[in-house]
Design a protein around this ligand. Structure first.
Ligand code: PEP
Ligand code: MG
Length: 833
């Protein structure tokens, strides 16, 4: 029998509907509820995982019907379908029927053993009885009152209303308008009377936005359908309430910021990657994607392909939306709501479908054509704010194209050396930057330990993140300067500042060159203690850079970058090729390969369940994910073991261990893989060392129990700091809190070193703090045996070590441990001023 899922923002409402329906059918039908969210303060909401679980609880081969209330209920239900295996997904249907009447009609039909199509028809006709009883009739438009909503019994109604909010129907209000209009069954049409436009569809974001509605314009909104009155009332309320905008605090996104507004052109952000950059700014934007046109035979398959790509794009944007609300605030992040609406725009979708079905165009060309048409309609507007929405349309359009074409990474084509400016860069975007063209990075989101920041340092590109969003409203080509060490950014700097910065840049380059000359010698303190200086790398090019810059080995190979730029996990052979190439470059130097560490801010598009987590950094990340998907780990371990022959010095390192059980489970899988290889007579290094990262507070607390089970520890302070200090490493607002120099974190490093040394294993550190050369005395004083940093930082770090004695370092470390804040720890080692 068909099962039914009720999705609502309100748990009480859903339970009430469930009770009513269950009573009608005497409990014969399986009815599940997915409603409300787990937030005691604001329990109204929907959650895709809950919907997924509800589907699973009533699933049978006869199918499942989902009934939803409004807005995000639909989105959560759509997302839940993505989590289902395809063979189940095909049997689950979303139903457009009204929640109460539809659920009851569906339950009755299901109890009568009707098939799912019949049940859908019954549910969708569920309002007919009510409408007939209420003597529902149609009245021509001309008879309807002009000023207000008239009779409740008419099918077509209209209102005229003035738009009073300051910016009119700009992206956010337009998105709210469309979302509200889409909540009703009635067809909504809107006309801008002031501009004398045609009536367009109210559920199309692009048509609504291109009406060019500004403050003071008069709209004519008509609604045709059984809930016309309610629809118009909701839209009227939205407009009367100025779309929730408080005009006294509204931030005008349109005007270009004058330099004088920007605090004499100087802004402060988070110092992320050292060095000075002076160049014109260019906004970060993906390059156009080459698309080939071809004739298609199976139109339905092609249409499905486009729809699936749109679904994936929606998920990506949803993830972006939740990250962005944290990093740039809800108001600014709401722009992504508009992106979601572009993807749901029925006019765009109909047009794309038409190109596929009638013109037999492939999905890429059909989609690109429609996106270009919409972008052009924005370009033609007089309104400069709305013209800027072209970027949003193009951005969303390209996201879908990239997915259609196998998740092509974004690319940046620069004609001259520039500083790139934007909201955020994904790790894969950053990894593709050309350091010869990208002189500097200036982003409004991000923090010093985000993965994009780490890559920027590896590439040696000066970067300042977490900069005020004013930088997003400057003219492209404006001269900009930034100092990645002090975290300062200057817009159109005056001559005196430029001269100072140029001198600093020169001094920086000379110091780097000097350090590089000595970088190939081992790092030894002036009283003779050797500290191993290794490199953190993410690919073959980094490995070459590491050796060139004087690395004694690789302390951390972040293997996740092999997985992130693909649409499916890399095969054993693909991985083997990369590990072998890196091992060849390193020869017999140590190469520590960390097993896959995704989750957190590194999401795998093909493991879509990852994006559904509310707190990805506290979710199924690192070793947890690999233990849940052992096949991923087995494939990777095989590749690592196979690369370990021929006198290479490969070591394995587990990420994110929090319990002994996890460590033992991972080691058990390794033992199984080793025995399989032995049986297949495949050679590998039988004496390979196996270590683990210390990056959870739990692992520090039980370091004495973990140490006897591994050959080394490497402390990941990027994560350890965020978990110890409860401060998200990607959130600039808590960047000073999640600092590895917090005394709490330093004490954890000390505790780990003591536990490691007591068990006779070496202890290294591969978090970003190791690259802060001025901090080296503290880290060495805490007893670390190895420091692993981005290749660019090796030379200065070695130089700093050579200027130290162990006794001095220990003295500084013991003072640091007693400080009351990270700021006072910094004051110990950083020059004043
Ligand atoms: C760390 O957490 O410090 C670390 C080195 O790992 P990642 O930055 O890749 O999480
Ligand atoms: Mg980590």
């Amino acid at each position: 029998m068909v099962g039914i899922v009720i999705v609502s923002h309100s748990k009480q409402l859903a339970l009430g509907v469930q009770e009513l329906a269950a009573q009608m059918v005497q409990g014969q039908v399986s009815l599940a509820v997915a409603a409300g969210i787990d937030d005691p303060v604001n329990p109204l909401g929907t959650d895709a995982i809950q919907v997924y679980e509800a589907i699973a609880s009533v699933f049978s081969d006869d199918g499942v019907l989902i009934l939803m209330d409004l807005g995000s209920a639909l989105m959560s239900a759509e997302m839940a379908l993505e989590f289902l295996p395809p063979e189940q997904r095909d049997k689950v249907y979303l139903c457009a029927a009204p929640l109460v009447e539809g659920t009851i009609a569906a339950a009755v039909a299901a109890a009568a053993a009707k098939n799912i199509q019949e049940i859908i028809t019954e549910a969708q006709g569920a309002l007919v009885a009510k409408a007939t009883q209420l003597n529902f009739i149609s009245i021509p438009l001309s008879e309807v009152s002009n000023q207000s909503i008239s009779s409740a019994k008419v099918s077509t109604q209209e209102i005229r209303i003035l738009v009073r909010n300051r910016l009119g129907l700009h992206a956010r209000p337009a998105a709210q308008f469309v979302a509200t209009a889409s909540n009703f069954q009635s067809q909504i049409k809107v006309q801008n009377l002031t501009r004398n436009t045609e009536a367009i569809r109210g559920d199309s974001i692009n048509q609504v936005a291109t009406l060019g509605v500004r403050q003071g314009h008069e709209l004519l909104i008509t609604a045709t359908g059984i809930d016309a009155q309610a629809a118009l009332a909701a839209l009227q309320a939205l407009i009367i309430n100025n779309f929730g905008e408080d005009d006294s605090i509204i931030q005008l996104p349109t005007p270009r910021t004058e330099v004088s507004d920007l605090n004499q052109g100087e802004l402060k952000g988070i110092a992320t990657s050292g060095g000075i950059a002076i160049a014109p700014l260019v906004y970060f934007q993906s390059a156009s994607i080459p698309v080939m046109e071809y004739h298609i035979e199976n139109v339905e398959v092609e249409w499905q392909r486009l729809q699936s790509a749109i679904q994936v794009a929606k998920q990506e944007i949803q993830t972006l939306l939740s990250h962005a609300s944290l990093q740039i605030g809800d108001a600014e992040a709401a722009i992504f709501d508009a992106h979601l609406l572009f993807l749901a725009d029925p006019v765009m979708l109909d047009a794309a479908r038409q190109h596929i079905v009638e013109d037999r165009l492939n999905a890429e060309v059909a989609w690109q054509t429609v996106v270009e048409e919409v972008a052009n309609s924005y370009r033609k507007l007089e309104d400069s704010y709305l013209q800027e929405r072209v970027d949003d349309v193009v951005d969303v359009g390209q996201r879908v194209l990239r997915i259609l074409l196998g998740n092509l990474p974004t690319d940046l084509q620069l004609s001259e050396p520039s500083i790139i400016v934007g909201t955020d860069l994904s790790p894969s975007d950053t990894a593709k930057l050309d350091p010869n063209k990208v002189m500097g990075i200036c982003m409004t989101a991000g923090s010093a330990t985000s993965h994009s920041a780490i890559i920027a340092r590896t590439l040696g590109i000066p970067a300042v993140l977490g900069v005020d969003s004013q930088v997003l409203s400057l003219d492209s080509g404006t001269l900009m300067a930034l100092d990645g060490e002090s975290g300062k950014v200057w817009i159109a700097p005056p001559v005196d500042i430029l001269t100072t910065l140029e001198a600093k840049r020169e001094a920086w380059q000379i110091a780097q060159a000097e350090a590089r000359l000595k970088a190939h010698q081992p790092a030894t303190t002036s009283d003779g203690q050797h500290i191993q200086v290794f490199a953190n790398i993410g690919n073959i090019a980094d490995a070459k850079a590491a050796i060139n810059y004087g690395a004694e080995g690789v302390g951390l190979l972040r293997t996740e970058f092999l997985y992130l730029e693909k649409t499916s996990p890399p095969t054993e052979e693909e991985q083997l090729e990369v590990y072998q190439a890196i091992a060849e470059i390193l020869d017999n130097r140590p190469l520590i390969i960390r097993t896959l560490d995704v989750g957190g801010d590194k999401q795998l598009p093909y493991l879509s369940s990852l994006s559904a987590e509310t707190n990805p950094f506290l979710g199924v990340r690192g070793i947890r994910l690999c233990l849940e998907h052992p096949q991923l780990l087995i494939t990777q371990l095989k590749a690592i073991l196979r690369a370990s022959v021929k006198n290479h010095n490969i070591k394995i390192m587990w990420p994110m261990i929090a319990t002994l059980t996890e460590l033992r489970a991972a080691k058990e899988i390794l033992l199984q893989v080793q025995s399989e290889l032995r049986q297949a007579s495949i050679a590998f290094d039988e004496n390979m060392e196996v270590g683990m990262m210390i990056e959870t507070p739990a692992s520090v607390a039980i370091a004495d129990q973990l140490a006897p089970e591994v050959d080394f520890f490497s402390i990941g302070t990027n994560d350890l700091s965020q978990y110890v200090m409860a401060g998200d490493r990607t959130n600039p607002k808590v960047a000073t809190l999640a600092d590895a120099l917090q005394p709490a974190v330093l004490r954890m490093i000390k505790q780990t070193v003591q536990a490691g040394h007591a068990a006779n294993i070496w202890v290294g550190l591969c978090g970003e703090v190791a690259a802060e050369t001025l901090v080296a005395p503290i880290l060495i004083g805490l007893g670390l045996d190895e420091l692993s940093v981005n290749p660019q930082a090796i030379a200065p770090l070695k130089q700093a070590i050579s200027q130290l004695t162990i006794t001095e370092a220990q003295a500084i470390a013991s003072v640091a441990l007693q400080q009351d804040s990270a700021t006072s720890v910094r004051e110990l080692v950083y020059p004043i001023g």
